[in-house]
Unconditional design. Structure first.
Lengths: 278, 295
């Protein structure tokens, strides 16, 4: 690119940087404010909202932890881990079946599984509640595990299938000639080759499950089965105006996913881009 | 015969996915249509077929229409900010020469999208809070004290305040995706444009924008669809109040079904949402198909 540092050019660049950096402040300041408030006392919070705490103590974090956040965190971790494993394996199996195995009515099956992408969870809410009540799974860990898995299979299968389609078939065929069954070929050859997209789907599923609110709110009520997003709102309503404790809880909920994003940025971006554009 | 058996056995690969999606995604959808024709009293357990009465009630329900209007407002503002605003922003970022700055800005803007809407919603509940919230403090500090108000507590500002939070939370996500799309434009095209003496704005209008048009269309569709599924931030920030002024279709459905126990009516709202989101999804399908043919 040709660079002409004219006077006008300098002005434009200054404005551009002022805008970009200003926007970064608008994004980061509220997050830092949240982080700092987790260390304040209630009096400090209601005093000057911009001031720093006099005494940086972890008291609020300890209180939040003891007022249920430890339970919410445990449930969140459990639901996230189990539903990630279930979703990714079921989806990878389906993607393998759709791309590598000659199954009857392949096009129909593909359309049925991927068609689930078009349906909003809100639409199914009333019947799902009735269904889970009838099965005796309402207000249980199982409700969230099943729902998070079922509703994310279409998206996850979509991503893995698109990746498998582009993989060379020769390797699978060679494996078959060696007498390896499909099962072995899937675990030993295809799945390892799909590692990048599997990583993307795992990270996206973790982000989804960790942050999901609609199902978590409607299908759970006791603190033993509530995940962090719902738990935070109960923390807020149960403990009146002890707001710094709520801030501490929010920080505990936010930090793992922010770290996850920075560690797995490359895979997350790839998954998001393929998910919308491919 | 053996071939048929083998092929049928092959179905085992897709059966778990089919069963889960069939039972928990498709079946409720069909049931929902049936529920929407019932008058359903959950206390007595009595169900009565009432045909389209729930839908007729919808048409006469002012909150249904204001909810629908709020979803529309959400869609319009999100399109302006998270589609067109994000596209311009992504182009600005990608025009920076330092790779480190490009990467840092993209990542910083994305951080709010990684945290949950619950955390973001609660955070802005406090930011808008009349007495301890930094927004009013800031306004007073810069001499605009008369603008300080109870942002979420009054009908005139509550919905806009929620939508503003959601722009803060979501713009980095679409900016990131636009940045990826812009990176895929071959550098030679920009080089050719620069040699022809096309300035930066001309490059955006004549090169960047046409070449990311597909992405823009997809983002617009996804954004509209998302705007009609809004739920989390409204529940956390206002619960639909004050005086139902921030109800959206999702929260009105929830309230009708699970607070007022009017399941049939909630199912009718769900059908409306189903028609809208399915319509948008079909447009998206048509859009991606068409693009594939063009390429």
């Amino acid at each position: 690119m040709v660079s002409r540092l004219s006077f006008l050019g300098v002005i434009v660049r200054v404005f551009m940087w002022a805008f970009l950096l200003g926007l970064a402040v608008v994004v980061l300041y509220p997050l830092l404010w949240m982080l700092v408030n987790g260390f304040k006392t209630n009096a400090e919070l209601f005093g000057d909202p911009f001031a720093l705490p006099v005494d940086w103590s972890f008291d609020n974090y300890r209180k939040a932890w003891n007022r249920g956040v430890s339970d919410y965190l445990t449930t969140s971790v459990l639901v996230t881990v189990t539903s990630t494993i279930a979703t990714v394996f079921v989806s990878a199996w389906a993607a393998y079946g759709l791309t590598r195995v000659r199954i009857p009515m392949n096009r129909t099956v593909t359309a049925l599984i991927l068609g689930g992408l078009m349906l909003a969870p809100t639409v199914a809410l009333v019947p799902l509640v009735k269904m889970f009540q009838a099965m005796g799974l309402y207000n249980s860990f199982w409700a969230l595990l099943i729902l998070y898995t079922a509703f994310r299979i279409p998206f996850t299968t979509f991503l893995i299938r698109a990746y498998m389609i582009d993989l060379p078939r020769e390797v699978d065929e060679a494996a078959e000639m060696d007498g390896a069954g499909r099962w072995t070929a899937f675990w030993r050859i295809t799945l390892p080759m799909c590692k990048p997209i599997i990583t993307s789907t795992v990270l996206l599923h973790i982000l989804f499950t960790w942050n999901e609110y609609l199902f978590a709110m409607v299908f759970t009520s006791g603190s033993g089965v509530q995940t962090l997003p719902v738990g935070l709102t109960s923390l807020m309503s149960k403990h009146g105006t002890d707001f710094p404790v709520v801030f501490a809880g929010m920080v505990i909920a936010a930090v793992p996913v922010v770290l996850l994003f920075f560690l797995g940025q490359r895979y997350i971006v790839r998954g998001l881009a393929d998910g919308i554009g491919k | 015969m053996r071939a048929i058996v083998r092929r049928t056995l092959g179905l085992a690969w897709v059966v778990p996915a089919l069963v889960l999606v069939g039972v928990f995604v498709y079946l409720p959808l069909v049931q929902n249509l049936q529920f929407s024709t019932l008058e359903w009293d959950i206390y007595s357990g009595s169900r009565e077929y009432i045909g389209f009465d729930n839908y007729r009630r919808l048409l006469d329900d002012p909150v249904f229409w204001s909810s629908f209007g709020n979803n529309l407002l959400y869609a319009v503002i999100s399109i302006a900010v998270q589609v067109f605003g994000a596209l311009v922003l992504a182009a600005l970022i990608e025009s920076i020469r330092s790779e480190r700055w490009r990467r840092s800005l993209r990542a910083i803007y994305f951080v709010p999208s990684a945290i949950s809407l619950t955390v973001a919603g609660l955070l802005f509940y406090f930011i808008y809070e009349p007495s301890l919230g930094p927004l009013n403090h800031l306004l007073r500090a810069v001499g605009l004290g008369e603008l300080a108000q109870a942002w979420l507590g009054q009908e005139s500002t509550a919905m806009t305040a929620i939508i503003a939070m959601s722009q803060w939370q979501g713009f980095g996500y679409s900016t990131l995706l636009f940045a990826v799309a812009i990176q895929r434009i071959p550098a030679e095209i920009y080089g050719a444009a620069a040699i022809d003496g096309v300035g930066p704005i001309g490059r955006f209008v004549h090169v960047t924008f046409p070449l990311v048009r597909e992405m823009t269309g997809l983002m617009a569709i996804v954004t509209i669809s998302g705007a009609f599924q809004v739920f989390n931030e409204v529940m956390v920030m206002t619960g639909g109040g004050p005086n139902n002024s921030t109800q959206v279709l999702g929260t009105w459905l929830y309230r009708s079904g699970f607070v007022r126990n009017d399941f049939g009516y909630a199912a009718a709202i769900a059908t409306v949402l189903f028609v809208i989101t399915l319509g948008i999804a079909l447009v998206q399908l048509w859009f991606t198909r068409r693009r594939r043919v063009e390429w």
